[in-house]
Design a protein around this ligand. Structure first.
Ligand code: SF4
Length: 323
């Protein structure tokens, strides 16, 4: 392992100062320590932020839900005010031991499970910019069919991020020059020509919370994850769905897919198709038929196109029922 210094920040100011000097923030460490062991990550300095006051779950004045960045996955999943789509995404993500250690901030900062990224002998533009992409000409069954570039086609691994994308969560950030917020869909970046840059964080910036906007009590939601084995595994496809059906028609539809995009994939075309229509088996099927629009399969992952449509259809039916 590459040698590094380790400091524990006593407060937010200390953390930001250390972050500005190039320190990497660490909390649960469930991703970063693994990557350091494999020498994929080689930080010179780690800054432990577990003492910061970022462990609250609160209902906001507008009826939204604010979850501190250091809330554990277990704590969030068990909270009664947390939407089912988030709880289910968290519970399907990892074992109980990992959920107890890992934080929400760390979860959305996870790095890809692309095997070439984790193999330091392979070409990988994300790990080593300009070195090439071994996945493009290699075995790419688990890779993205949406949002890829000539530089990188790795999927984003977080289930929570798919739920956050569907629910249009806001990310709260704090940096040396103050605080700001970003829509979740602007926080995670597609690879383009800079696959090594994965989030819209500025140097030294810290995630302080994620905030779910207020939704009507009648909103129903859920998360479906399709994977090679039922024990903990990353998604081949997944669907986060939230529907508000009132007066016999769909008033709100929030839908996103995981396992298929270089970032969690917002299915706006599916959402728009559902609005104002009466729930029925036909509606779910017609809406889901649009889920893979724009997909560009690679040599080994063409099956994801049909699997994605079926995953979305099943979860629309599961959440919305049928008249
Ligand atoms: Fe690296 Fe991305 Fe290519 Fe995987 S898909 S090898 S992460 S550049």
């Amino acid at each position: 392992m590459h040698p590094f210094s380790f400091t524990k920040a006593a407060n937010t100011r200390d953390a930001l100062d250390a972050g500005q000097r190039g320190g990497r923030y660490i909390a649960g460490g469930t991703t970063l320590v693994d990557l350091m062991r494999e020498t994929v990550e080689r930080p010179d300095a780690l800054v432990d932020i577990t003492a910061l006051p970022l462990r609250e779950i609160t209902v906001t004045k507008t009826g939204g839900l604010r979850l501190g960045a250091l809330v554990s996955m277990s704590q969030a999943a068990a909270h009664p005010a947390v939407h089912p789509v988030i709880s289910q995404a968290l519970e399907l993500s990892a074992s109980a031991q990992l959920r107890n250690m890992a934080t929400l901030g760390g979860n959305i900062m996870q790095r890809t499970r692309c095997t070439y990224f984790r193999d330091v002998t392979a070409a990988c533009n994300k790990r080593s910019p300009g070195s090439g992409c071994a996945a493009l000409g290699g075995y790419n069954r688990a890779h993205a069919i949406l949002g890829g570039s000539e530089q990188c086609v790795a999927t984003h691994p977080s289930d929570l991020a798919v739920a956050c994308t569907a629910l249009e969560v806001t990310v709260h950030l704090l940096g040396p020059t103050g605080s700001r917020t970003l829509p979740f869909t602007d926080f995670l970046l597609r690879p383009g020509t800079t696959p090594d840059r994965e989030q819209a964080l500025r140097p030294g910036e810290l995630i302080t919370a994620v905030e779910v906007p207020a939704y009507p009590r009648t909103l129903k939601s859920g998360y479906l994850k399709v994977r090679d084995r039922q024990s903990y595994e990353f998604a081949l496809t997944s669907a986060a769905v939230a529907l508000n059906v009132r007066g016999g028609v769909v008033r709100e539809a929030k839908v996103a897919a995981g396992g298929v995009g270089t970032v969690p994939w917002k299915l706006s075309i599916v959402e728009h198709f559902l609005l104002g229509k009466q729930p029925s088996e036909q509606l779910w099927s017609d809406a889901a038929a649009r889920a893979a629009d724009g997909a560009q399969p690679l040599a080994h992952n063409g099956f994801k196109v049909e699997l994605l449509k079926r995953t979305v259809e099943r979860q629309l039916r599961g959440v919305g029922g049928a008249a």
